[in-house]
Design a protein. Structure first.
Length: 70
């Protein structure tokens, strides 16, 4: 028997983090700032046995402004 698990997909920019003030893109780790309440919400979902998946469409990578590696 296969065990199923609930999952939640969260978009990154504007859903879990604040957009940077001086750029449309988060290009460095220090620019990444969680929105208020996000860490508590993710913790709650984790405690309810949800698989948390963060998805993001990073146009800046496609434009060559930065790499996808941190």
């Amino acid at each position: 028997m296969t065990k199923t698990r609930k999952a939640v997909f969260l978009d990154r920019d504007g859903v879990i983090n604040e957009p940077p003030v001086d750029s449309p893109y988060v290009t460095r780790p220090e620019e990444f700032k969680l929105l208020p309440g996000v860490s508590q919400a993710i913790r709650f979902l984790h405690e309810q046995n949800y698989l948390i998946i963060v998805v993001t469409n990073q146009q800046g990578i496609g434009l060559g402004l930065y790499s996808g590696k941190i």
